[in-house]
Every structure is written in structure tokens, then in C-alpha cells.
Design a protein around this ligand. Sequence first.
Ligand code: CA
Length: 227
Amino acid sequence: MRLLVIEDETRIAAAIKRALELHNYAVDTVGDADGGLAAAIDPDYDLIILDRMLPGSMDGAVVCRKVRAADVHTPILMLTARGEVDDKVAGLQAGADDYVVKPFSMKELVVRVQVLLRRPPLSLGTVIKLADLEVNIERFEVKRAGQDIVLSAREFKLLTYLIYNRGQTLSKDKIISHVWDGDALILPNTVEVYIGYLRKKIDKAFPGKVPLIQTVRGFGYRLGSSD
Ligand code: CA
């Protein structure tokens, strides 16, 4: 998985990068708000660590708000200064998923990252809608055009991953790393098989409706209601 760290204090950024790389995450760092925003809307990142105070034309909370305004729901972990309660509130209101107060231990940071990577993005809410598809991530319920759809646990996990990242093309490798936790025994062919199961239940069962699962030949899959 690939993580983005937006932090201007190079010593802290380097320490975070080192700690996360030890846990097998790929990490890119950016040291200012504008460069950070440009990188953050790249769908390739699985999580963003965002410092509240940054050089550039905006602060971390504004970066966060702009990322969400671009309909990007990548989990964001905000770094805030000690005791600045307003900072935490501003960060969460801007659409961050969690925050860590400086100074923090790398151990704590890694745990927060692991938790966030397993949790649905807060910014999407409990019931996620795409066209006439509705996914209730707390009650494990899926509906299309008001009709209940029964999915296996793995199909549900695959669908939630696709809907969290709707509109983005997701490679089979990326899907394996999220939906099968990177299990080395899972082959790309398994992803095709499960996409086939989902397609049958979500698209083929509704012949009059726009297909939502799109194959992007040579790249992967995308969930969306249009091109
Ligand atoms: Ca800073």
C-alpha cells in the first residue's frame, strides 16, 4: 500500500517514512500545502498523513477540505500540535478521519494508520450511494433500485472497496492488497472470478439499468455510473 506524508518538518517526515517503510508501506513525502494537495488527489494513495501547519497558500485543514471537495475519500490522519483543541476540531470538520497529537511515538502512529486502513472512510457516511446502488456498511446491506442483494462476506468487502474508491480504476494487485490483505496465494484470476460474481448480482440481475462495474482493459476495474 502507498501512503502520502504531507509534513514540512523534514526530520519528522523522514522518521514517519522510516517507521512506515518498516511495516512494508511505500511512502512518498511532500513538504508544502500546494504540492501536498496536488499529490493528495492522486487516487493512487491508500492513506494520507497531513500536518495541520504547513507552508504554502493554505493550511492542512484547507488541504483536507479541498481533497474532500474533489470527491476523494482517501483516509486522512491529521497531525496537530499539543493542546490545540481547535486544531483537532478544525481537522475533523474539514473531513479528516482521525488525528494524532505531536509529539507522538512512531508506534502509536503506525497503529492509527493500521486502524484507519481497515475502517470505512468517515467522509462517506454509513450508507454509501452510487446511482441506485446503496451500501450500508454498518448493517452489511446492499440494495439496488430498492431491491435487497445478498452478498458473501468477500463479495461485500470487494464491493465496499470499489465504492470507497468509486470512479477510480483499481488494479488487480491493489484489489488483492485491500480485499485479501495482500495474501500472496491469491492470484489476479481470483479477482476476475469475484468481479464476475459481483457483476452477476449487481449488474446482470438488473438488465434495464446502467452497468456499474466497468472493466478498464489492461488496467483493472472501476465502479461508476458513467464514463
Ligand atoms: Ca508543520
